[in-house]
Design a protein around this ligand. Sequence first.
Ligand code: 1PR
Length: 501
Amino acid sequence: MQVLFESSHESPGAKGLGIIPWEITKFNSADDAWRVAASGKGKSVPQIGWNGAWNAWEEDQGEMDEEDYYFVHSFAALVPDSSKKPEFAYTLSRYGSETFISSVRVGNVYGTQFHPEKSGPAGLELLRKWLAAPVSEVSSTPSKTNYRPDPPTSSGLAKRFKQGGNGLTNRVVACLDVRSNDNGDLVVTKGDQYDVREKDDSKAVRNLGKPVALSQKYYEQGADEVCFLNITSFRSSALQDQPMLEVVRAAAETVFVPLTIGGGIKDTVDPDGTARSALEVAGAYFRSGADKVSIGSEAVLAVEELLERRKNGLGPTGKTGIETISKGYGSQAVVVSIDPKRVYIDYSTLSEFKKTAHGPCVITGETSTTRTKSEEEGKAWWYQCTISGGRATRDIDVIQLAQGVEELGAGEILLNSVDRDGSGKGFDLDLINLVKNAVRIPVVSSSGAGGVGDFEEVFRETGTEAALAAGIFHRGEVGIDQVKQGLQEKEMAVRRTEVKL
Ligand code: 1PR
């Protein structure tokens, strides 16, 4: 859509097609007074998630007023002033307090800021409707007189804003940890604290189903996003060793919500000497249908390098996977998956701890809000970063990592917890609040969901943009539809999945 416009702050000096006389600018992350008051920071940029749209002109009969669509962008056709009426706007949307044009129509040229092909049934229905419209209807732009600068007061979107929301629904993400089992087949697996082998004598990789079939099931239940993490220990590049490309390709044919793929996204050299860059691996995933790639271990190493370089007055190298992929595909396509472990310290030894290599780490614990307080009596803690699926610990802490990857150009954080993984004890609210308040990019909270109440709690207590779970969905204990229903009953915004269009 944006290339139809005259220019964009994203590429100063470059001209657009100029079909639409308007300029693209960047969202202001500091605009939301309520969030600034809560955390000292404004809304997250990029905007990632499901937001509503309403028809900009009464003549279009408000047909899109109730649907939610998937957005992922930092730059937008902002409408700073309701007296400046964009005739070409088909729909408007609002993120925080900023109104922007979410789709345009000029004659038979249509453009959408959201991704209809990733917007579930609402997006597919919209594409079908536009393509099926008679030529006479789409070959001219009807005259528009009755401008609607605000969402209609009766709409679900207006209600969300009234409740203090920023427009986005609470996103529920299904995560599929995928690896090869002992027969060499890619299966969905899940353990606890990252141990995915059966506890009996067989020690086999736990097999919870086939990745494509499960992703389809979660899509039908209303998942807002599906995440595949290839947790195989790679012997060579992720493309050569257990390629997930087929899984992604097959899933993208029937799952019309965003797909994130992680595991092994880094520079490697195959045993035959072929060099594969992180950018090349990510590109192969994007071409197969992935919307975002998730980087784990490599991100920790990249931030360690950045911190070392800083000591010598140097900045980023520009060569890490995070930097090359976000430069090539945009920061919104780069997720960093963080696997922190909680490390306890007795209060009595805190001053000694601060003199160690971990000294600069953020120490927390005096004001715990978690439900495991008895374990924490008399103790502070910090969150240590791990790599290789939680198997190796590193010196840096979760805040150094989160802020480091934001600086390198990551667009979203997938925040796991090794301690809570598979435990069903609920999300680690301390950890999530800590990270959420330290960065401006969106955070997907993960690990520990044991029931519907845990989703309500994490959205209410942390302001996280999304909550992810694996075990409870795979074991069929709770359906994604039940989570959505539970949130709705508590008046918490969720994406509509039945389409009215
Ligand atoms: O390091 O770039 O190759 O990426 C590897 C990725 O695989 C990382 O994102 C890492 O988190 C993940 N990973 C590696 N080993 C494991 C394992 O389980 N052995 N899985 C693993 C991590 C954690 C979550 C899980 C939530 C929710 N899985 O993704 O889905 O904890 O679980 P729950 O709802 O059951 O509590 P790289």
